[in-house]
Design a protein around this ligand. Structure first.
Ligand SMILES: [Zn+2]
Length: 438
């Protein structure tokens, strides 16, 4: 559940990963300065494929091996996260810990909303403790192993505790609302449950940039005129309110170079992270900001909310049938009385995680398609194909550059580095006059 929310909060790139400034430069870093190779210089013999290959050839082999290993390991992490999460849910059900937590909450109060919230706190705490070995491996040790994390254990743990507090309050509110709906509307709860979840997701997305993200990172307006002016000019040219370009201290947690669009309506903002600001060339920063503006102008946030709304409705339809089916078989054994019984929650999470796991390639493809659109928009507006190629190489520190097509379709939520560089060089090939001066 938390992952789905994160997906929405961090639209373009998720970098709330573990990560301390005092450490030496990460071992996996690509060269900061990426020259335009001879084959990618504008000339009468310019060839997009040769230019793409020349860019890729600038990446040292050991860096490719390392980022491939990191990214491919991520495919397995999707599976382990799913299996481990399922095992935790089954443990809570089969050992009847969930039923006992419900009994305990009933002893605290019979007032349903408070009862549900007390159950939620126990259940979230138990699940967090049981999941902790995988969380600490995946988000702390694995990130450090690949040189992507900058945080020591203490600050990392503090971020985890903040995350727990947020889940306790915000997801707790959703759980209370949903159980209220199920108890009052036993036949139609799946419709109204979906409506409540969609409104809640929209609300979190709206408040995220202003009230949630600043709990983890500092957001400041980008004031350096050398960097800001070309971006603001591009923003004005595209009808975007210029006040909405921000920078944030992502280096607190991670070495990742990234940018994103978050929020919507009054809270929509384009954010450039400090790793990109420090290491990216001016051309690269303009290319990335052009891409982010593409998300903004093409209303990707509204389209994503719409898409997720459809997915939420499908999830509730599936839960409506799935819960009845599972409770008929195992309800008695797990001491769950009905769909409206709070003790059912681990089963809800288990069924939902099966659904989300199964549709991962569809989610990735939806997001990747928008990312490709934003890449095209970014090239057209920034006119920095070489900056775009540099950015593709820099994010290659944590994404595989050159996957097979099926692999890209299933696992990639952005186009692969090779495809992004090729698209940039294809654009350059058709616009050579901008670079030759005649
Ligand atoms: Zn994007």
């Amino acid at each position: 559940m938390a992952t789905a929310l994160c997906c929405l909060i961090y639209f373009c790139a998720i970098f709330r990963a573990p990560s301390a400034l005092a450490q030496p430069p990460a071992a996996n870093q690509m060269p900061s300065v990426i020259e335009v190779p001879a084959e990618a210089q504008a000339s009468p013999h310019f060839d997009a494929t040769a230019a793409t290959n020349a860019y890729l050839a600038q990446i040292p082999a050991d860096k490719t091996a390392r980022s491939d290993a990191y990214f491919e390991g991520g495919y397995w992490m999707i599976l382990w996260d799913f299996l481990y999460g399922a095992a935790v849910a089954l443990l809570l059900l089969n050992l009847r810990w969930s039923a006992r937590m419900r009994d305990l909450s009933e002893r605290v109060t019979r007032f349903k909303p408070v009862h549900t919230f007390v159950y939620w706190l126990q259940c979230l705490f138990a699940a967090t403790v049981l999941l902790f070995p995988l969380t600490v491996y995946e988000d702390y040790f694995r990130e450090h192993k690949y040189g992507l994390a900058t945080q020591t254990f203490g600050p990392w743990m503090l971020d985890q505790i903040k995350g727990f507090g947020l889940d306790a309050v915000l997801l707790g509110l959703l759980v209370v609302l949903l159980f209220g709906v199920v108890r009052r509307l036993p036949r139609t709860w799946w419709i109204w449950g979906a409506v409540v979840t969609i409104l809640f997701t929209t609300f979190i997305h709206l408040i995220g940039p202003v009230y949630i993200n600043p709990l983890f990172n500092q957001y400041t307006r980008l004031n350096d005129p050398k960097i800001a002016e070309p971006i603001l000019s591009m923003a004005r040219a595209n009808g975007i309110p210029a006040k909405d370009v921000y920078t944030m201290d992502a280096s607190r947690q991670s070495t990742r170079m990234s940018a994103n669009v978050s929020g919507f309506a009054n809270t929509m903002r384009i954010t450039l992270n400090d790793n990109l600001l420090r290491r990216g060339s001016p051309e690269e920063i303009q290319a990335v900001m052009g891409h982010e503006m593409g998300h903004y102008v093409m209303n990707h946030i509204y389209k994503t909310l719409m898409f997720f709304s459809i997915m939420i409705v499908l999830t509730f339809v599936y839960l409506y049938w799935g819960l009845v089916w599972a409770l008929k078989r195992w309800g008695e054994k797990w001491q769950i009385r009905s769909v409206g019984d709070t003790a059912v929650l681990p089963l809800v999470v288990l069924l939902a995680s099966v659904f989300i796991f199964a549709i991962t390639p569809i989610l990735n493809t939806f997001i990747r398609t928008q990312e490709y659109e934003a890449d095209m928009y970014g090239l057209n507006t920034s006119r920095q194909p070489d900056g775009a190629a540099q950015a593709a190489i820099h994010v290659g520190e944590y994404r595989k550059m050159n996957p097979g097509p099926v692999e890209e379709w299933i696992f990639f939520d952005h186009p692969s580095g090779r495809n992004r560089i090729y698209a940039a060089m294809r654009w350059k090939a058709e616009n050579l006059k901008l670079f030759t001066g005649h």
